[in-house]
Design a protein. Sequence first.
Length: 446
Amino acid sequence: MQKTGDRLNVGLSSPSDGADPTAAYVHIPFCRRRCYYCDFPVSIVGDRPPLARQTGSDTGFGAIAAYLDPLCQEIAHTPGDRPLTSIFFGGGTPSLLEPGQVQQILTALDQQFGIAAGAEISIEMDPDTVDLAKARGYQAVGINRVSLGAQAFQLDVLQACGRTHTPADIDRAIDSLRQAGFTNISLDLISGLPHQTPETWEESLQRAIALAPTHLSIYDLIVEPQTAFSRWYQPGESPLPSDQVTADLYRLAQQRLTAAGFEHYEISNYAQLGYRCQHNGVYWRNQPYYGFGMGAASYIHQQRYTRPRTRAAYFDWVKNLPNRPGPLDVPIDPIQDTFLETVMLGLRLAEGLEFKAMADVFGLGLVQHLWQLLTTYTDTGWIEWAPVLESEHHSHQDKGHPPSPRVRLSDPEGFLFSNVVLSDIFQALGDDPVETPCRERMESAV
Ligand code: SF4
């Protein structure tokens, strides 16, 4: 784990910032079964014993092996001249990979970009896809952070979601990881699941705390169209908790986790001192990153790109990479307004937005307009001044001027109503619809 302190400077990458990324996301789009709330583009490999070795077939678990060559070819065709300081294997269920397969991808990344000493290298893991041998294997190839998708600690809740693991699997996975030497383990929990109550949520929080993770991500369920949940349930109606109960679950998590010593540093994330997720910090700071693999998105030189979302189309796209003028293709909308992105991402963070730095990048007019909008929330208590950080104070003293004010959403009420605040800001300052962070897609929770 790269412990670089707990400072996250909020996203002010200038539109002229052309540096190559130092963060890489690697997408592994395979799962054993589809969870009932999930609409991600994943290939289902079936329920064969999760720790069995893959065959040479290109279906089932063999499909995972067939994916690696195109993935590594894509990496080899992507230019970049800065060593990576964070790598994140996400999915899907990346822990379906054997350690040797992870090593193959890490070697490709190292050969192309270099991997910096102390880089944070994370993998998302489902609790029933790891045993001690596999955990040791991951440790040996350089993984140093695990994000474990616990989601809940009640068997009936897990089964109602179509999850393949049990609460006992969570304990076993943590035990194996610790025995293998992992010290940086994050747990994901989801609130708002069917049959969840304040009592079972309290139980999940307490069991998670008892496992002493270094980090916790708490996501609120979204019932997405095209999922089994959307056919079965209406948001806010039984067996899903009501909106009022869901809000109470958010408050309960904030109370219990901060009382247990976790810092609520981002709207959905809590960390022990020194264990904020460095990789996700890149997204929240609006800094560049590579994305590799089917459907993955990149943000390079102020342009966002995405890749084909089916395996066949992705394999075709990789085959043609050498003939293309650039290494990447299928650009999605370039940033129309970095300012709005910066506001949306910055307000996710406990450190909030620093107005002077924003004015330097985006101009005083826009920042004044934002300020006027935010002051309309003064009476609600959702907006507050953020304290100047010790490190910030010193750095500004060095520059001979005082630090400028920071504004943030209050915790928990401001975070809870962030969708209201951000919708107003987007309506006033831009045309794009806002994807509300409080009810974000559970991209990191799988
Ligand atoms: S929620 Fe996660 S584990 Fe479940 S199907 Fe979706 S990507 Fe796979």
